[in-house]
Each structure stands twice: as structure tokens, then as C-alpha cells.
Design a protein around this ligand. Structure first.
Ligand SMILES: [Zn+2]
Ligand SMILES: [Zn+2]
Length: 320
């Protein structure tokens, strides 16, 4: 009897995850160009992962950040994660592109919710393009707005659920790169969208304590959830694992965007070992740009002081 009860409790504890809908990441993203004046790439490239999951990417020549945006379509509603780096619709017609991708409903389109991985300008700049589109709600990437809209009163603790109809997206807060950072898990595809928090490139630390706590919370959240791919918002590594120079608009031999659950599970240790400035790992680099800038400024000051001191000494010697 006791055994039966134990088995029953075990069954209750282990939630069964249904097989994720498969998709394809077979895509050759435009590589940008050394001279973007001569480039002819469209400002937005579209890749269908599966019919209800669309990946959009702003081209490198449109903006060096080349952010990846994700559109998740449910039976009742759609969710757009991020709006890219360019405000002007003439330069990057994001709202028009997304509205065309949405399924029809009645006289219009299914409702669209726009959320962001975080509040940096390369992820939110086209928000205004959605103004005036009926059925579109844009939640600003600010902690106060998100706390209310996602019903996360204990921010950054808690899990938000967005039901899109036939698929549910779970969201956790993950400050550390930026205070209003979110991470999204889609139960249809088992894709995990990690924004700038985890990507094949530079993980830019703003608040290391918050970053460490978020990584730990993310690992706990994932638990036994299946993860098909971890998709960040940028790709900054080539196939050999080397970083493209900051600001480069040319990414020859770019690595795939996809990381794996193992990369998430390894993140707490990588952040624990972070020396505060720069540490390189196989699939990403952890860096604190503010601190590195401070070191450069201090270095320059030191060199200038040394030059002035030597020059003065030499002049004094001459005079005597
Ligand atoms: Zn960012
Ligand atoms: Zn970014």
C-alpha cells in the first residue's frame, strides 16, 4: 500500500511533456557586406521554423546588431518577441511584414501581443510602427509595466503564462543584462528564447549578482522540460568559434543561432567563474563592457601621467 502511494506521488511529480512540434533551422542568413552601400539585402529576412513559428531577422546592413525576432502564432492570438533596431518603417517595415504573416480572423487579423526580451534599443525600436493597428497590444519593456501586464507581483520571481490558443508560452524574468529582461519558453515547439541573456556571442553583464540569480532561476524553471533549441537574439560567432568584431556588418561563415539546454545548465558555473571583466567559453564570451571601458580609461590616464612626468623630469634636468 505504502509503495503504491509512493509510485502515485512520483507520477504526480513528474509531469509528462508532450513531444514538441518539430521545426527546421536550415536557413542561410544573409551575411551582410563589407560595403553596405553596395548591398542589396532586404531589411528583413524571414524563415519559417514550422508553420506557426516564424523567425524574422533584421539584416546586418540594415543594422549591425542584426537582431532575431520571433513570431509565435496560436489558434486565437499571436505573440511577437522583439521589434528590432530601426524605428523608421521606410527603412525596416516590421509592422507591415508581421501583419502580413498573421492569419486572418473575421474582417481582420488575429490579435497580436508584442513583448520584448528586454528594453535595449535594438529590441524595441519598431514598437511605434504598431500604433494604429487594430488588435495589437504592445507592452513596454519596463519592469513596472511587465510586473502588471504579466501578473508577476513578486518580480523577478514567478512564472507568467500567455495562452495563445493550442500553445502556451511561459515567461520568467531574467535581469542581469538589463533589468527588464525576459526569457520565453514555448510549449508547442519546446523552444527557449533567451534574448541577450544567452546567445552565441557576447553576454554583456550589467549586474553580475542579478545575472547569477537569473541563471539559477532559469535552470530551476527548466527542470525536466524538454528544450529543442535555445534561441538568442544575436549571432556574433563564426563557425570556428571566433567573435566577429563589434559593430561588424559582415558575418561570413556565421554560426547557427541555436544553443542547447546544456548551455543553459552550464551558465551558472560560467557566471560563478566570471573574473569581472572577460572570460571566454566555447559558445559565448562573458564580458562587462562598463568595467572594461573603465580599465581602458584608467590605462590611458596612467600612460598620459607617465608621459607628462617623464617630460617634466627631462625639462627640469635640462634647466639644471
Ligand atoms: Zn541588450
Ligand atoms: Zn541586443
Amino acid at each position: 500500500m505504502k509503495n503504491k502511494l509512493a509510485v502515485g506521488l512520483l507520477v504526480l511529480a513528474a509531469r509528462a511533456w508532450s513531444d514538441p512540434v518539430a521545426g527546421s533551422l536550415e536557413v542561410h542568413w544573409n551575411a551582410g557586406a563589407e560595403d553596405c552601400e553596395k548591398a542589396t539585402d532586404a531589411p528583413i529576412q524571414i524563415h519559417q521554423y514550422e508553420p506557426q513559428t516564424i523567425i524574422l531577422r533584421q539584416s546586418l546592413c540594415s543594422n549591425f546588431e542584426a537582431p532575431l525576432l520571433y513570431l509565435l502564432i496560436g489558434e486565437d492570438e499571436a505573440l511577437l518577441i522583439d521589434t528590432g533596431a530601426t524605428e523608421d518603417a521606410a527603412e525596416m517595415p516590421l509592422a507591415k511584414t508581421v501583419m502580413q504573416l498573421l492569419p486572418d480572423k473575421g474582417d481582420g487579423k488575429i490579435p497580436l501581443l508584442v513583448l520584448h526580451t528586454h528594453g535595449h534599443g535594438d529590441h524595441r525600436s519598431a514598437d511605434k510602427q504598431f500604433a494604429g493597428h487594430a488588435g495589437v497590444v504592445v507592452v513596454p519593456p519596463e519592469v513596472q509595466d511587465l510586473r502588471t501586464a504579466l501578473n508577476l507581483p513578486q518580480w523577478p520571481e514567478g512564472i507568467a503564462h500567455i495562452a495563445l490558443g493550442g500553445r502556451t508560452v511561459e515567461i520568467i524574468a531574467a535581469p542581469g543584462h538589463q533589468p527588464a529582461h525576459l526569457i520565453f519558453y514555448d510549449d508547442r515547439t519546446a523552444l527557449l528564447f533567451t534574448g541577450d541573456f544567452l546567445l552565441p556571442g557576447r553576454l554583456m553583464v550589467d549586474d553580475i549578482e542579478a545575472y547569477r540569480a537569473s541563471a539559477q532561476r532559469l535552470v530551476t524553471f527548466l527542470g525536466d522540460r524538454p528544450v529543442s533549441h535555445v534561441l538568442g537574439a544575436h549571432v556574433e560567432l563564426d563557425n570556428a568559434g571566433e567573435l566577429f568584431p563589434s559593430g561588424s556588418q559582415h558575418h561570413p561563415n556565421e554560426r547557427s543561432v541555436a544553443l542547447a539546454k546544456a548551455d543553459v545548465l552550464g551558465l551558472p558555473k560560467a557566471l560563478e567563474d566570471f573574473n569581472g571583466f572577460y572570460s571566454k567559453h566555447d559558445r559565448y564570451v562573458v564580458t562587462n563592457p562598463k568595467r572594461n571601458l573603465l580599465v581602458v580609461v584608467l590605462g590611458v590616464l596612467l600612460v598620459v601621467t607617465a608621459i607628462v612626468w617623464t617630460w617634466r623630469r627631462a625639462r627640469r634636468r635640462k634647466k639644471s
